[in-house]
Structures are given as C-alpha cells and as structure tokens.
Design a binder for this molecule. Structure first.
Ligand code: IMP
Ligand code: MG
Length: 183
C-alpha cells in the first residue's frame, strides 16, 4: 500500500479497494445488459463522482457519451439543505437521451431529487440513478437509486472521491472519518 498521511484520520476501512473494484464491475455488467442496445449518456455529479465514474464507464463497454454537472447545496459540511444550486451546468442538449446519473453517495436525497426533476424538465427520455453508496437512514426526499454499490451506515465516510472539507478524495478505499475530527 502507498504511504499515506490520511489513514490516521480514519477509524476503519468500510470498503476496500478490492471490494470496490469487484462491485463496480458488477454494476458495469448490469448496466451493459440494460443499455447495450441504446446509446446512453453518463452524467456524473461533480466532484464526488470522478473516480467512480471513471471506473464505471470502463467497466461498461457500450457506446455512450459522458457529461458532468456540478451542484452545491447550502447546508453545513455534513448535511445538505433542500436548496440545491447548479454551479456548472450540462454542456449539451439532453432532449430524448437516456441518462445514467452517477453519484458518489445518496444521503438526504435532496441533490438527486432536484437533479431528476431538472433532467426531466430538460427533456431526458429516461433517468437512471447509479450511486456508489446509499445511506437510507438519512433520507428526506422520496428518491430511490436504480443501482447501489453499497448500503452504508449513518457514519461520515471519505475516500474514492468522497471528501471531508475537500480533502481525502484520493484515499483509494472508503473509510469512516474519526468523529473527534469533526465533532
Ligand atoms: P444529499 O443531497 O443529502 O443526498 O447529499 C448528497 C451529497 O452529500 C453527496 O453527493 C456528498 O457530496 C455529500 N455527502 C453526504 N454524505 C456524505 C459522507 O458521508 N461523506 C462525504 N460526503 C457526503
Ligand atoms: Mg457529491
């Protein structure tokens, strides 16, 4: 394993690099079967999606395109508010497209609830949600992911794209932050 100055801030490994690799390939295989006769558009929700998205699209060898959207929701660092704002919009028309929305974690559901409505209003033919992690205990909005990598307990997790104050995204596994560092 590479040297790290970040491991010491995490209380445990929740999902290892190998578990993530295997699960991402399974998701890629499922998406392949569902979308092989279509030409979907993968839409990543920045920034948390970036590692998951890059692995997922390589695990799903179908003709497709990629797009990104960035949102911010003004709440504190651990909980989103219902007030979701687009900070970087899509660059192309999505009318009539089958979207595969790629998110790092589904928590309150505010982000994906907002984005699903936004994409439908923009004319998407279908919206399929793929989230690496799902924390169902914290849901506030009626939103359900079509594909979930791992169900996650109600703890603050980082790594593999997920951050705490913009750091720890480069931790190669998913780990739990030591609560004393943010409480
Ligand atoms: P939601 O709108 O509450 O579903 O929030 C989703 C967003 O909150 C995710 O895309 C993450 O950026 C962030 N988030 C929620 N829980 C965690 C966590 O445990 N670690 C890191 N980011 C999180
Ligand atoms: Mg995110």
């Amino acid at each position: 394993m590479a040297k790290s100055t970040m491991d010491q801030d995490l209380s445990k490994v929740l999902f290892s690099e190998e578990q993530i690799r295997q699960r991402v390939q399974e998701l890629g295989d499922e998406l392949f079967e569902r979308f092989k006769d279509r030409n979907p558009l993968f839409v990543g929700v920045l920034k948390g999606c970036f590692l998951f998205m890059s692995d997922l699209i390589r695990a799903c060898q179908i003709k497709s395109e990629i797009e990104f959207i960035a949102v911010s929701s003004y709440g504190d660092e651990f909980a989103s508010s219902g007030n979701v704002q687009i900070t970087r919009d899509l660059q192309h028309d999505i009318t009539g497209r089958d979207l595969i929305v790629v998110e790092d974690i589904l928590d309150s559901g505010n982000t994906l609830y907002f984005l699903t409505q936004y994409f439908k209003a923009k004319g998407a033919a279908s919206v399929t949600i793929v989230t690496l992690l799902d924390k169902p205990a914290r849901r506030e909005k009626p939103i359900h992911a079509d594909y979930v990598g791992f169900e996650t307990p109600d703890e603050f997790v980082v790594g593999y794209g997920l951050d705490f104050k913009q750091q720890y995204r480069n931790v190669p596994y998913i780990g739990v932050m030591k609560p004393e560092l943010y409480q």
